[in-house]
Design a protein around this ligand. Structure first.
Ligand SMILES: CC(C)(COP(=O)(O)OP(=O)(O)OC[C@H]1O[C@@H](n2cnc3c(N)ncnc32)[C@H](O)[C@@H]1OP(=O)(O)O)[C@@H](O)C(=O)NCCC(=O)NCCS
Length: 113
């Protein structure tokens, strides 16, 4: 699954670069959307992100591309690789794991997809 986002002035930190918290939120949202399309009707929550390393700064006006690919399916969890790029240059990547839960927040087995 692929998506794009425009980086706006309100996403900057006090030094004029993209605030990392926004990027993490967008990465989390991207993984959740990919999982929700793969497992329609399931309630999915993030349980972990593998590595968080911001290797390149981003200025406002940048158009970021997000790509999520399912890389592992477990019993209750599913993991997506999320790669963020700008002008074909990878600026961030991590693996996001989500778990299926019921209405009380208890883990549930994933259906076959
Ligand atoms: C999701 C939750 C119900 C899982 O319950 P749990 O008792 O921790 O479950 P387990 O330790 O058995 O792990 C469940 C699955 O997640 C995987 N998992 C757990 N921690 C993980 C981590 N840090 N990274 C990757 N996978 C992880 C386990 O391998 C397991 O996978 P499988 O069933 O496919 O084999 C519980 O951790 C929780 O409520 N977390 C908060 C989720 C949330 O609110 N997220 C939003 C951000 S605050």
């Amino acid at each position: 699954m692929e998506n794009h986002r425009l980086v706006l002035p309100e996403h900057m930190n006090q030094y004029g670069f993209l605030f990392g918290g926004y990027l993490l939120g967008w990465v989390d949202e991207m993984a959740w959307m990919a999982a929700s399309r793969d497992y329609p009707g399931c309630q999915l929550v993030t349980v972990g992100m593998r590595e968080v390393a911001f290797k390149k700064s981003v200025r406002d006006g940048a158009i970021l591309r997000f790509e999520a690919q399912r890389i592992h399916t477990g019993t209750t969890s599913v993991t997506y690789s999320v790669i963020v790029s700008k002008d074909r240059d990878d600026i961030f990547s991590t693996d996001v794991t989500l778990v299926r839960v019921d209405g009380k927040g208890r883990k549930q087995s994933l259906p076959k997809s």
